[in-house]
Design a protein around this ligand. Structure first.
Ligand code: SF4
Ligand code: SF4
Ligand code: SF4
Length: 372
């Protein structure tokens, strides 16, 4: 029941904001309320004569929302089949991860591997993020793809009928899809059949829209309509803002930290270990991007782009540098969960009514089922 999500994910500020629970809920009773970083359950009331009672929309439901939430399990290390460094040659020459993803997707469209892509696109006037399906390489090259300004990406995925859907998102998005695909709950069957390819971007945190409003528009005095794109370079520890006039600005990632979703603090996956193919700047020379293939469909996608000449690749990857980022995120999330639990235990010594909540946090920190 969605009650489990409330107790073990939303109340503990562990929601990744991926939107998978909303896509999975065939009754349509979950939604993000304004400014909330997790969904809420819509409760309807029923009047019978003089009495009024609350209806439980989750009654007799097999809870696909719970079965697909990436926050209710622990994640072991994902597979690595191929690791290399690359640059896109077309549609643009670039070493930015977003451009590599577009290059792979254009090649995948051309050979019929996919027929649509779900991604976060930002509008040209307000730089506001929305989940969006695109259906052609032309659309892909015209829009502004931005995986790092938050919106619940997976929300529109419910009810998709195609069998050739690609998704580009953060590691938690790949985890949510993996859970849905692996589940035996019949309500999640559609995801198993429809999702063909998941491209994951390295991630240390996703930013709420107030990052754009407060930091870029107000503090840096850059009108939203002047922003052409925003790239996150974890290797350099910077956010790069490119404007339509060709100039660019940089923001240290540490300064933007306060705008990340609360749920990002307890996330341990930096390198999108459950995507088919994942990418980011860490591990590669400047101007190149590390590309990690993790599944047969990921391999097909990469080989296809290489054969078409859409990508240029080299085997020169600094695996040590990549490991430092991967391990430090795993350690950070564990340390934060344990610190929080310790503080809550101290609080419960003074307030015994808090003990059940602490017990739940203990289970959520140490006793979750793991995915291998
Ligand atoms: S338990 Fe069922 S009805 Fe309730 S929110 Fe989850 S999917 Fe929707
Ligand atoms: S992490 Fe995703 S699936 Fe889980 S509650 Fe949050 S939005 Fe829903
Ligand atoms: S850090 Fe990235 S992968 Fe983790 S929850 Fe936040 S957005 Fe998702």
């Amino acid at each position: 029941m969605s009650e489990k999500l409330r107790r073990e994910v939303w109340d503990l500020e562990r929601c990744a904001g991926c939107g998978m629970c909303i896509a999975s809920c065939f009754k349509g009773v979950l939604e993000f309320l304004d400014k909330e970083e997790h969904p809420s359950l819509e409760r309807k009331r029923k009047v019978l004569g003089l009495s009024e009672s609350e209806l439980d929309p989750c009654y007799l439901c097999k809870a696909p929302c719970v079965e697909s939430c990436p926050r209710l399990v622990t994640w072991e290390n994902g597979k690595v089949e191929i690791i290399l460094s690359g640059r896109s040659k077309t549609p643009v020459e670039s070493g930015q991860p977003v451009d590599i993803a577009i290059s792979l997707l254009c090649a995948a469209f051309e050979n019929g591997l996919i027929d649509r892509v779900l991604l976060i696109s930002v509008d040209k006037w307000a730089f506001k993020p929305t989940p969006r399906f695109v259906y052609t390489p032309k659309e892909l090259t015209e829009l502004s793809l931005n995986p790092y300004v938050w919106t619940p990406l997976l929300k529109p995925l419910g009810g998709v009928r195609s069998r050739k859907v690609a998704v580009v998102g953060t590691p938690c998005v790949a985890q949510a899809i993996k859970r849905a695909i692996d589940s035996s709950v019949s309500e999640l069957e559609n995801f198993r059949e429809s999702i063909r390819l998941v491209i994951g971007m390295f991630c240390s945190g996703i930013f709420r829209y107030d990052f754009v409003e407060e930091m870029i528009i107000k503090e840096m005095r850059i009108p939203a309509w002047k922003i052409r794109r925003m790239d996150v370079n974890h290797k350099m520890g910077k956010i790069l803002i490119t404007l339509y006039d060709g100039s660019s600005k940089e923001i240290p990632l540490t300064r933007a930290q306060k705008y990340t979703l609360h749920g990002c603090a307890s996330c341990s996956d930096f390198a999108a270990e459950w995507a088919d193919i994942s990418m980011g700047t860490v591990g590669s020379d400047n101007g190149y991007c590390t590309i990690i293939v993790r599944s047969p469909v990921g391999r097909e996608c990469l080989l296809n782009a290489q054969e078409k000449g859409f990508l240029e690749t080299t085997s020169k990857v600094d695996a040590g540098e990549l490991d430092v980022f991967i391990e430090s995120k795993k350690k950070r999330s564990k340390a934060q969960e344990i610190d929080l639990l310790f503080l809550n235990m101290l609080e419960a010594l003074q307030k015994p009514e808090k003990i059940p909540e602490v017990e739940r946090k203990f289970s959520s920190t140490f006793l979750k089922k793991s995915v291998k």
